[in-house]
Write a protein that binds this ligand. Structure first.
Ligand code: HEM
Length: 439
């Protein structure tokens, strides 16, 4: 006979995107139960390959920091079993056709050590706090452009009098304009490229889409990026955009292949657009829903307050819902043995509500300190390369928005979406009204 706890656990359906799209947001109560009763939980459901579900902050840190016991090369995201199978078959078919080296992953997120670090190192120094401090002018310029877009949207009456979509005017534009300028993508290509990347991320993954993606030129974004990268051939020796840097990159003294160059470009674009966009729109939504916190921020928009509000937004929103790994060897966790070959799935938003780490975790507090959230991962070798860039971007957006926020209100509760299955979550639109919209 199953206990009532077993049946409550059995009823949880973490792989169902609908669980993350309702008005309550993510699977908060399900993760609360798992953290309390089954933090290392063997999750087996029809239609999905089974995995260990990991919900506690400390366990996500332990797994993320242990690159010997876990590999990135089998699965990084949860998809239906038939999609996972199609992905694996596609990889084997490519290896048979092209050879293991040519078919090897071209994004360093899919690589293990020591290869991973060799590729990450190629671009790492462009993402340090210091490098971001050096692009304050770009960040502030893009911030002002965001405000002009917001103003124009409010004036246009496209969305109704005095109403604008904050996702389109600000949240998507900030990360898009910054990374594409850093890369050196021509201005006229930026918005179409963003739209195509966005479409790709939101595609409904089926075995057929996996098959289609095997063709290198399957998407408009890949074609546009190829064209943009080719456009840098002449400047590559001395140019200072990221595309120039990537074109002249060498690993072990050898130039990297075109496929690897494109892998780097696509990773930098794919990883930073949706996530930062959802952090900004989710953060503004949280502020509008917590007027006392909005007032605290607007009464004291000091750099320290903007910084702590940014960290709280990242904890609160947690744009990345999960990443997966596979055990390379048996691994003991809280008295349970995770066996070699088994997958583990780390639920970052759950870690960000862990009552063992955060006092009153369901309180949104713009001055929260300490705030050791795991929105960017568990501080291992794969910790988000763009964490600082994302922080600098969110802060730049907040600095611009602070004077307007006290006059802003939600028009309606926004619709949530998830992309890449249940990998990232956010809002499609965030319709706001601004009183006296004269910036
Ligand atoms: C709020 C925005 C963002 C969030 C929440 C986020 C979150 C994450 C997470 C959870 C990981 C996995 C960490 C791990 O496995 O331990 C990751 C990896 C990564 N992120 Fe971000 N990210 C954001 C923005 C960005 C930006 C702006 C960029 C670059 C332009 C970026 C580039 C990357 C890359 C390249 C990786 C792979 C790192 C590696 O494998 O070494 N991310 N991110």
């Amino acid at each position: 006979m199953t206990s009532s706890l077993d049946s409550r656990l059995d009823a949880i359906d973490l792989t169902d995107p609908e669980l993350y799209r309702g008005p309550r947001g993510y699977a908060w109560s399900e993760w609360d139960l798992l953290r309390r009763e089954a933090p290392v939980y063997w999750y087996e459901r029809p239609g999905f390959e089974p995995f260990w579900s990991i919900t506690r902050h400390a366990d996500i840190l332990a797994i993320s920091r242990n690159t010997q016991s876990f590999t990135q090369t089998r699965t990084l995201r949860v998809f239906p079993a038939e999609v996972q199978r199609a992905m694996r078959e596609a990889r084997l078919a490519d290896e048979a056709r092209l050879g293991v080296i040519e078919a090897a992953p071209s994004s360093f997120i899919d690589m293990d050590e020591p290869q991973h670090s060799r590729y990450r190192r190629l671009v790492h120094r462009y993402f340090t706090p210091r490098a971001n401090d050096g692009r304050m002018e770009l960040l502030d310029r893009v911030g002002r452009e965001c405000m002009r877009r917001l103003e124009a949207d409010l004036e246009s009456e496209r969305d109704g009098p005095g109403v604008a979509d904050l996702v389109d005017s600000v949240a998507m534009y900030m990360p898009m304009a910054v990374i594409l300028e850093m890369l050196g993508v021509p201005e006229e290509m930026r918005l179409p490229l963003y739209r195509s990347v966005d479409e790709g991320i939101r595609a409904n993954y089926t075995p057929e889409t996996v098959e289609r993606q095997r063709r290198p030129d399957f998407s408009d974004s890949y074609r546009m990026m190829t064209e943009a990268l080719q456009g840098h051939r002449e400047t590559a020796e001395t140019g200072d955009t990221l595309m120039d840097v990537i074109l002249r990159s060498r690993v072990d003294g050898e130039p990297i292949s075109f496929k690897q160059q494109m892998g780097l470009v696509m990773l930098l674009v794919g990883a930073g657009l949706e996530t930062t966009r959802n952090a900004i729109s989710g953060g503004i939504h949280a502020l509008l829903q917590h007027p006392e916190q909005l007032r605290r921020l607007c009464d004291d928009p000091s750099p320290a307050m903007i910084r702590s509000a940014t960290e709280e937004i990242l904890r609160w929103v947690s744009p990345v819902i999960h990443f997966a790994r596979t055990c390379t060897r048996d691994f003991e966790l809280r008295g349970t043995t995770l066996r070699a070959g088994q997958d583990v799935v780390m639920w970052y938003p759950s870690a960000n509500r862990d009552e063992e780490v955060f006092e009153d975790p369901y309180r949104f507090d713009v001055a929260r300190r300490p705030n050791d959230h795991l929105a960017f991962g568990g501080y291992g070798a794969h910790f988000c390369l763009g964490a600082n860039l994302a922080r600098w971007e969110i802060r730049a957006a907040l600095r611009q928005l602070v004077p307007v926020l006290p006059r802003m209100e939600l028009v309606e509760e926004p619709q949530r979406f998830t992309a890449l299955g249940v990998h990232v979550g956010g809002f499609d639109k965030l319709m706001v009204r601004v009183r006296n919209a004269d910036f």
